[in-house]
Design a protein around this ligand. Structure first.
Ligand code: UT7
Length: 314
């Protein structure tokens, strides 16, 4: 039986339409300076007619190509998304058909921690021998649930997708992972809708979320490294959820990881929820920063709250 789930391919996709901070300052009361200094975000990508499945398909095909495997060889597809294309069927089943796979496929909803939850779920399938080749995708069209008149959220979010292909391995891969949820924070970050002719929008108490994110993610990262017996100087890269550069740098400082070992891509795409970690990962794999054998720490928190980490030897 394979002990590890190893990442053998990564892929990502951003829709071509870009909305810059200056574009937003023409329609809402904000400035490029405020957005850049408070968040680190410079632009976000936005779909015009593409769906969550379309973005997922492109990211998945890139990851399959890097992995050198055919979609027909997949044993399972897990799609992490907060913005499924329909209430049902699962967007993952549409993705299965789009890429030409025939394995079981399901959606997983854990908002910005979705990719971490999906990766951890996939790891369990591999560890138990229930599956050997798994596609894990994070794909979001958050622009559909952003209130473009609310400056406190409109500047933060973007659309995109990232994917990984996992394969069973006897020697290396996912070393450790931790998941948490605490449903006491519903009002801090949510989309309220009742499914009856009503589209809900993201509502967030940003400052409250910010403080909780820094505290929870710092303790989580410390615990993950400790339980895996890995000192922070043995970590090659932290690949965090891309929500706010100030959250990322505060966590890095608390766990004593220098910023030149942190992958930051949010300036290019903003907060893409479940897609943000695989998007950052794929960027750094393809530009050569992340290399085979590197120790990587993924971590993220989102609404619920739900939060988690995955430590990987790449
Ligand atoms: O991925 C899921 C998890 N989500 C997150 O991690 C997001 C966490 N939160 C954050 O990233 C930050 O809290 C924000 C970027 C959302 C806000 O930054 P902040 O430093 O916490 O600002 P704030 O909410 O305390 O607002 C400061 C001021 C307020 O004005 P007053 O009351 O001081 O006069 C806001 O009205 O900034 C104002 N403000 C803006 N000004 C210009 C809020 N949004 C904007 C804006 N442009 N877009």
């Amino acid at each position: 039986m394979n002990k590890f789930a190893r990442i053998i391919g990564t892929g990502s996709y951003l829709p071509p339409t870009i909305v810059t901070n200056d574009d937003l300052s023409k329609t809402i009361d904000t400035t490029n300076e405020w957005i850049t200094t408070r968040t680190g975000i410079k632009q976000r990508h936005k779909v015009t007619d593409e769906t969550t499945c379309d973005l997922a398909e492109k990211a998945a095909n890139h990851a399959l190509e890097m992995a050198g495997i055919n979609a027909k060889d997949l044993d399972l597809i897990i799609l992490a998304t907060t913005t499924p294309d329909k209430v049902f069927p699962a967007t993952a089943t549409m993705l299965q058909t789009a890429i030409g796979a025939s394995c079981p496929a399901f959606d997983l909803q854990s908002v910005c921690a979705g990719f971490i939850f999906a990766l951890t779920t996939a790891q369990q399938y591999i560890k138990t021998g229930a599956a050997n080749k798994i596609l894990v995708v994070g794909s979001e069209t958050l622009s559909r649930i952003v209130n473009w008149k609310d400056r406190s959220t409109a500047v933060l979010f973007g659309d995109g997708a990232g994917a990984v292909v996992l394969s069973g391995s006897s020697d290396t891969g996912i070393l450790h992972s931790k998941l948490f949820s605490d449903g006491n924070y519903l009002s801090s970050l949510q989309v309220s809708n009742n499914y009856i002719n009503e589209v809900g929008f993201i509502k967030m108490s940003g400052n409250e979320v910010f403080k909780i994110a820094v505290n929870r993610l710092s303790s989580l990262a410390k615990e993950t490294l400790k339980e895996a017996n890995l000192s922070s100087d043995k970590l090659d890269w932290m690949v965090p959820h891309q929500a706010n550069i100030r959250i990322i740098s505060a966590v890095a400082k608390r766990i004593k990881i220098p910023m030149n070992k942190v992958i930051v891509t949010l300036e290019n795409h903003g907060n893409t929820s479940a897609a943000s970690i695989p998007l950052a990962l794929d960027t750094a794999v393809r530009d050569g920063r992340i290399k085979k054998g590197d120790n990587l720490l993924f971590e993220g928190i989102g609404a619920g709250f739900s939060w988690g980490s995955v430590l990987v030897q790449f």
